[in-house]
Design a protein around this ligand. Structure first.
Ligand SMILES: Cc1cc2nc3c(=O)[nH]c(=O)nc-3n(C[C@H](O)[C@H](O)[C@H](O)COP(=O)(O)OP(=O)(O)OC[C@H]3O[C@@H](n4cnc5c(N)ncnc54)[C@H](O)[C@@H]3O)c2cc1C
Length: 460
């Protein structure tokens, strides 16, 4: 067995959002890095997640615009989806970003190792018989689409991986799981012309959002002709040449051409030697302290394998954090609730900070104030023809602790909410900052004005 003579400052196992961010930041700080990746640098987000899924959703927005064009006095018609062309567009976006990322990895002088790695000691990862040793090791092996016990992913029963590569628009789809991924695919397929039914076991779609957003989302989805059942569990599925027949525990059956299983993502940690090396695990997730240390040697973990929000930008932030920690910069720990969350459906849903329920649990009923600002009063939202609202949650006489929004394009507005929440700004401070007119951002500005006690275009 040939051993690599080099000892790297960091050996990173997994080249997705968390792993490659660690590698890029570490090399910027003068550290030497080996980045081990079994598939393609960029990981789930770039190749099978965020980017291709959002390309589909953008195509869906274009389809909706064509279908609704008359409303804006424009003559156009929606004649259907050209799937090969849609894939060319989507794959083109992914391909350009992939090329750019490969260039960055090269330019940073990162030792890129193609292959499947296993942790064989707290400072060593083995790939095809070759050992890579680091003064620090960062585990970043990401996640895979989970399924339910007994529910096999085969044929017409697919996960997001299959959904991104379908060669036609399905006639009808049953979506199991009304979380972010399920809701996004449901939204895109509906825009493309499919009949869609979502099945969600919890009481609401987008169950992790503030209930006001979940309920508004359900109303919007219903209006778009997407069927959904909440608080109901999946019982079983059969498939034949016609499609899938999904039975629910309440005795009803739903048919579709495909069943998309979108019940969450499991950590990709099995058989990688983590447990054998003493890394503490919980249901396959790697447990860390707030400095992302596993407690074994100098082994850290980042991204979807660490319990919490499974989001690419959390992976980026954790990767940067770990690189800076190893370089001795003592960065401030990442506050999980300060990470923005966006569902890129139509309408979009975006939030950061605490929900009203979480804020009340933390500060007591008397310690919390909320405000809803309806997008009906926002000029740009009227121009776009979108409905929705901004909901602010603040500590009484204190900072804004939660920003929640629903409506077209609100995902792009969350940046301001995120600054306000993470800088613990008071509405009175933010109200003095001028927002451009007419923008959707103004809706946030108006909400801050209203919460500061000086509403401008507010009816409530
Ligand atoms: C359909 C979909 C849409 C999504 N949309 C969004 C979105 O809009 N915004 C957002 O923030 N997040 C989104 N996500 C989530 C996002 O993709 C993940 O949070 C992110 O990719 C996690 O990064 P990671 O580095 O932890 O893991 P991953 O990106 O999964 O990367 C892990 C990498 O490790 C490699 N690997 C695993 N085991 C080994 C091994 N033994 N040896 C070598 N290499 C290995 C894998 O090949 C992979 O490339 C989406 C996910 C999906 C599925």
């Amino acid at each position: 067995m040939a051993d690599s003579p080099t000892v790297y400052d960091i050996v990173v196992l997994g080249g997705g959002s968390g792993g490659y961010a660690t590698a890029l930041r570490a090399t910027e700080l003068g550290l030497t890095v080996a980045l081990i990746e079994a598939d393609k640098v960029g990981g789930t987000c770039l190749h099978y997640g965020c980017i291709p899924a959002k390309a589909l959703l953008h195509a869906a927005e274009v389809a909706d615009a064509a279908r609704d064009s008359e409303r804006f006095g424009v003559r156009a018609s929606f004649d259907g989806i050209d799937m090969p062309a849609l894939h060319t567009y989507k794959d083109g976006v992914v391909g350009r970003l992939y090329k750019g990322l490969q260039g960055l990895v090269k330019a940073h002088g990162i030792t890129y190792v193609e292959g499947y790695g296993r942790l064989v000691s707290p400072d060593t990862v083995e790939v095809d018989g070759q050992r890579y040793t680091g003064r620090n090791v960062v585990l970043a092996t990401g996640s895979y689409a989970r399924t339910l016990p007994g529910l096999e992913i085969t044929g017409r029963v697919i996960t997001s991986d299959g959904a991104l590569t379908l060669d036609h628009v399905p006639r009808s789809v049953v979506v199991l799981g009304g979380g972010v991924i399920g809701s996004e695919f449901a939204s895109a397929w509906r825009s493309f012309g499919a009949e869609v039914t979502i099945i969600e076991a919890l009481p609401h779609l987008l169950p992790n959002e503030d209930e006001a957003l979940s309920k508004a989302f359900e109303r919007a989805v219903h209006k778009r002709g997407i069927q959904f059942s909440t608080g109901v569990r999946f019982a079983g599925v059969t498939q034949d040449d016609d499609g899938v027949h999904v039975s629910l525990e309440n005795g009803t059956t739903v048919d579709g051409e495909y069943l998309l299983v979108a019940v969450g993502r499991g950590p990709r940690t099995e058989g990688l030697g983590y447990e054998e090396q003493g890394v503490r695990m919980d249901r396959g997730f790697v447990l860390t302290d707030e400095r992302l240390r596993t407690g074994v040697g100098n082994v850290y973990a980042v991204g979807d394998i660490v319990p919490g929000l499974q989001l690419a930008h959390r992976g980026f932030a954790q990767g940067i954090f770990v690189a800076e920690e190893i370089a001795g910069l003592s960065p401030a720990p990442i506050v999980e609730s300060g990470i923005p969350r966006v569902t890129y459906s139509e309408p979009e849903v975006a939030s950061v900070g605490l929900t009203e329920v979480a804020a009340r649990a933390e500060y007591g009923d008397e310690g919390v104030q909320t405000l809803d600002y309806n997008l009906g009063g926002n000029g740009k939202s009227q121009i776009l023809g979108t409905a929705g609202f901004v909901k602010l949650v603040r500590r009484k006489d204190g900072p804004v602790v939660g920003v929640h929004m629903i409506g077209a394009r609100v995902g792009e507005l969350i940046a301001e909410g995120q600054l306000v929440v993470n800088w613990e700004a008071h509405p009175e401070d933010v109200a003095a900052l001028v927002h451009a007119h007419p923008t959707q951002n103004e809706a946030l500005g108006e909400a801050f004005l209203a919460l500061a006690g000086k509403p401008l275009h507010a009816h409530n």
